[in-house]
Write a protein of this length. Structure first.
Lengths: 169, 168
């Protein structure tokens, strides 16, 4: 009886793990589409005015899109600024790294440490201490986005884990 | 009022007020709404004495609710500003859209869409209000804010719970 209980529990846990993996894959797909969207002017040199117009409207909802802050390659600019591009890339990389792993221990201090460079860069560039730098904005965004995503994933895992525990109770 | 709704209402309203500042509206959903969701969860935690851990479901719900309130208030503010100024983003972007349709030669369907847009612009410029524009703005805000509200709610729940665990 105890053995069947354990088997039942492990099969339910496996099913929750599978659901968690599926949700991570869905998240990764959505992120990939989102990133390809703002990279569109750079990776597809063909100009399609209609898609450019609508993509511009969509991404204007999430980024200020100031020209000199956007990464430009061969006269074509991304649809979001370097910092936002870094944040989304950080989230994407984080999800790939954690696809088959679980977020173990997270400390709020890590989050604070990860956000300090980004906040400092924003303040220092706005105070004209130094000029806006694309690589710096991208890297600070990347670190912040990656850490932010770990907290998101840990909560996603909690959601599925709690479901599993509640069902077993 | 239910203790769950009040923090969401307060934070959502605060975020909506901030969206009226020119320049801030472009980062409304990626920055303001997640922060508002976090503030709402923090206020909820403060209002529930003895609550050690916030459930993820509660975090998602509070984030979503904050985003909904923010979307409703932000849309209302935008409509009031449109009514007072007889102008909006749509009025500014119409010539661009017309140029686009001319350049692309998109055919009859695009012309029909332009006709609807022109009617909306005419309504805004003459009466200061267009029903279709109001519905579109509210729907767009509801969808985009909700996504970022839920994400913000989840991250904030994780951070607040981790902080509690560390302090215990």
């Amino acid at each position: 009886m105890i053995l069947s209980g354990i088997n039942n529990f492990s099969s339910k846990t496996n099913s929750e793990n599978f659901t968690l993996l599926c949700s991570k894959i869905v998240l990764l797909t959505i992120l990939a589409i989102w990133i390809l969207g703002f990279l569109k002017p750079i990776i597809l040199f063909q100009n399609n005015i209609l898609t450019d117009y609508f993509l511009g409207i969509i991404y204007s909802k999430v980024c200020h899109q100031v020209d000199f802050k956007c990464i430009t390659i061969e006269h074509e600019s991304m649809l979001v600024c370097a910092r936002c591009a870094g944040i989304y890339s950080g989230v994407f990389i984080s999800v790939i790294f954690m696809l088959f792993r679980k977020v173990s221990k997270l400390n709020v201090n890590i989050f604070i440490v990860a956000s300090i460079p980004l906040v400092a860069d924003v303040f220092l560039t706005n105070l004209n201490v130094y000029n806006y730098s694309h690589p710096l904005a991208f890297i600070t965004g990347l670190v912040f986005g990656g850490m932010l995503c770990l907290f998101f994933l840990s909560e996603l895992e909690n959601l599925f884990l709690n479901k599993s525990i509640n069902r077993n109770e | 009022m239910n203790k769950k709704y009040l923090p969401a209402l307060v934070s959502g309203f605060g975020a909506a007020v901030l969206t009226t500042i020119p320049g801030v509206d472009s980062v409304a959903c990626c920055l303001l709404v997640p922060f508002a969701s976090g503030a709402s969860i923090y206020l909820y935690k403060k209002s529930q004495t003895g609550l050690l851990k916030i459930e993820t479901k509660t975090g998602i719900f509070l984030g979503f609710l904050t985003a909904v309130f923010a979307a409703i208030f932000a849309s209302s503010f935008e409509l009031i500003i449109t009514y007072l100024t007889n102008s909006s983003d749509l009025v500014v972007s119409l010539p661009q859209a017309e140029q686009l349709v001319r350049d692309m030669n998109l055919g009859q369907d695009a012309e029909e869409s332009l006709k609807i847009m022109r009617q909306m612009v005419l309504d805004i410029q003459t009466k200061g209000f267009s029903l279709l524009y109001s519905v579109l703005i509210t729907l767009l805000n509801l969808i985009t804010y909700s996504i970022f509200g839920i994400v913000g709610g989840m991250v904030a729940t994780a951070i607040i719970n981790k902080r509690n665990i560390n302090s215990v």
